[in-house]
Design a protein around this ligand. Sequence first.
Ligand code: ADP
Ligand code: MG
Length: 394
Amino acid sequence: MKKDITDFKVRDQKVIVRCDLNVPIKDGNILDDTRIKACTETIEHLIGSNAKVIILSHLGRVKEEKDKENNSLRPVANRLSELINRPVKFVPYTRGIEVETAINSMKPKDVVMLENTRFEDLDGNKESGNDSELAQYWASLGDIFINDAFGTIHRSHASNVGIANILPSGIGFLVKNEVDKISSALNNPSRPLVVMLGGAKVSDKIGVIENAVKIADYVLIGGGMPYTFYKALGYNVGLSIVDDSSLDFCRKIYSEYKNKIVLPEDIVVATSLSEAANTRITTYANIGNNEIGIDLGMQTLSRYKTILMNANTIIWNGPVGMFEIAKFSKGTRKVVEILSNSKAKIVVGGGDTISALNKFGFNNSRAHISTGGGASLEMLEGKELPGLKVISEK
Ligand code: ADP
Ligand code: MG
């Protein structure tokens, strides 16, 4: 069992908290503050326990000097301050005398936020490359390290793995909740367990199937994922998306797990990706050369519905159609409706999948909506998360 925030005496201690405050910002305005809200529980707990709170986070990608302009955490510090109703001192540096002075003058309950950890990537990829000198420097600023950034827990960076290697470390409330909910769905599911995979990042998700067939009773394949299977099985998939490097894998796993892997029988195909496109419903065996498979057909939806309604645990990652275009959104909308009415234990991950939940009015307060698409996928793949592995054991 990993140590968590409640296992530490944090009074008067300098606690470095790695948060995932990677929110969308346009012209200095925060478009969605869900991630900032999600980490307030941990921060408020530390303030309530009289700790000195030092916050680290990344924001976007910083590859060249000009990326700094649009990726400063300053607006995030301001928003956090509003949410927790106390000052958050923002230091616009990731190291140096200003950082050290601000931290040395902290009193219990004070909150300091440093600038975007990825500014360090400009000087030799130090954050993302887990540079040991940088990790050592950041660790020297505090007494205890708490990782509450689930969104990057599958990465080995200086601000999560590096610091945790040096300081006594634990996980925050957000990470604990994510890991507990996802692990229990994976390792101790109430059956039947159904894993539903869709979306467009086919090569990223195909590896998940390998573990999913071992733990799940059914693996439903939708979105852009079925076409690699169809192609592998010898059918024409027209212009649908395919991961050519996974053809052998798909052929093999499908022949071994035919009884678990459910591929769509009928699909919506179109000759272009627009609202004005001509569409038709066809079986997988009759896709035309210039057609793209983009949504699930009615017959398939009704089969998926039966399987989902029978499930006691459902894990979903990836929209089952191009839901952003109304014409191709029927399948995803239907899935959201089925999951809204489901009594199963539900875990949903993936940025676009969560957009679909919001768009179609998902209404199921017991469902766990993960803040980390990549991290939840890696758990689903059965991989160990580097940011979690390095945390001290109880
Ligand atoms: P997530 O962000 O939830 O992990 P992905 O990024 O893998 O999901 O994929 C989301 C995208 O997949 C959506 O923008 C959707 O339009 C697209 N998509 C869904 N079905 C198809 C399809 N049949 N072909 C191509 N793209 C698809
Ligand atoms: Mg996505």
